[in-house]
Design a protein around this ligand. Structure first.
Ligand code: 9RB
Ligand code: ZN
Length: 375
């Protein structure tokens, strides 16, 4: 397998400020801290593990090139782009939109490079220069709607890459499978009325953003049925996620017949994440990856690109990422140093209430069809 890989040093320079999740506040006792929960060191550590593991030498590295304004405007409003550019020129930078997503001066350049990394990977995958690939980009993207950033996301990297695949490369149908633990509300918002981009979000129910990601959010107009939300209860682990793949995601993709699959790959559903309460292990992420590779091989000549989203355990994210990239390369899974504590907590058993949540989403499959798009 030839696996493409994107990382850029500047992804590690995203300045998330001195707060932890909210800005520091001496009046409420929120002390400043060097590591914001979304501090880019977690992703830099992922990259460094890829490097020292020897995998980097076997990957086809792809240089990130900044997304152009035209690329960004396929997805975002001119007002959002202009505001980010303007705030990025300020000495202390600005915020993506919700007051808890700070960026430093030059944050626009890093965000454009993040979206550009996703574009470059998709370009190479669709051209067949690589078989598959992983864009380890930062900042993440899946919460960014057309009109605003939020939840640490400035621009919606996956959507910008999907729009590029459709408008520039001429693909008809793109599927986005979002296994970040949070709802992919931005990606959903962008494609809500468009049946050519199927969005599937698997998330911890009501984890973030508040009040979104219900099963009832199904798309609108021509896009009705093409937004699929699979909310899971807290505590869901490898067994629940694999069941979601087999019972829901893979059948939906078979119906839709995408020309390209994009995986919005967060590792915040992991056992050790501080921002959510799921129990997926690195072994689980490897198995999810294998399922995705197999279905891509079946449906779209293997065309699949993984794009980094969240993941906030500096300890465990690197090993989850390593497991996914090993799978992309066709390497067998290797247990990592955290196996003893993550594999003994019961996440490998499907519980009744998890099965019920998955069953409840099954009716959503009925409305997905590639036919209605291409005729
Ligand atoms: C805000 C709050 C959050 C909470 C979680 C994330 C994770 C994002 C991610 C981001 C921001 C609360 C804005 C609570 O990993 N996505 O994939 N902020 N949460 N209150 N308020 C006002
Ligand atoms: Zn997340």
């Amino acid at each position: 397998m030839t696996t493409g890989y994107v990382w850029n040093t500047r992804y590690g320079w995203a300045d998330t400020g001195s707060g932890s999740l909210f800005p520091s506040d001496a009046t409420t006792g929120l002390q400043p801290i060097g590591h914001h929960l979304a501090h880019p060191d977690t992703k830099r550590r992922f990259h460094e593990l890829i490097a020292v593991s020897g995998l980097l030498d076997r990957l086809h590295t792809i240089r990130a090139v900044a997304a152009t304004e035209e690329d960004i405007l396929r997805v975002h409003t001119p007002q959002h782009l202009a505001r980010i550019m303007e705030e990025s020129r300020q000495p202390k930078g600005g915020d993506a939109g919700d007051g808890t997503s700070p960026f430093g001066r030059g944050g626009y350049e890093i965000a454009a490079l993040s979206a550009g990394g996703a574009i470059q990977l998709v370009d190479q995958v669709v051209a067949g220069r690589v078989d598959n690939g992983y864009a380890l980009v930062n900042p993440p993207g899946h919460h960014a709607t057309r009109a605003t950033g939020m939840g640490f996301c400035v621009f919606n990297n996956v959507s910008i890459a999907a729009a590029y695949a459709k408008d520039v490369l001429g693909l008809e149908r793109v599927a986005v499978v979002d296994w970040d633990v949070h709802h992919g509300n931005g990606t959903q918002d962008i494609w809500y009325s468009d049946p050519t981009v199927l969005t599937i979000s698997i998330h911890q129910h009501l984890c973030f953003p508040p009040g979104s990601g219900y099963r009832e959010e199904r798309g609108t107009g021509a896009g009705e049925g093409y937004s699929i939300n699979i909310p899971l209860p807290p505590g869901s682990g490898d067994a629940a996620y694999l069941q979601v793949m087999d019972q829901l995601v893979i059948p939906a993709l078979r119906e839709f017949r995408p020309d390209l699959i994009l995986v919005a790959s967060g590792f915040d559903a992991s056992m050790m994440d501080p921002l959510a309460r799921q129990m997926v292990t690195s072994a689980g992420f490897a198995r999810l990856t294998r399922r995705m590779l197999d279905i891509a091989a079946d449906l779209c000549d293997g065309r699949i690109a993984f794009v980094q989203e969240g993941g906030y355990s500096p300890h465990y994210v690197p090993f989850c990422g390593l497991a996914v990239i090993r799978e992309l390369l066709g390497e067998p899974f290797e247990p990592d140093p955290y196996t003893p504590i993550v594999s003994t907590q019961g996440g490998d058993v499907l519980l009744d209430h998890e099965a019920a949540a998955i069953d409840a989403a099954e009716p959503l499959l009925g409305a997905v069809s590639g036919e209605s798009v291409s005729g």
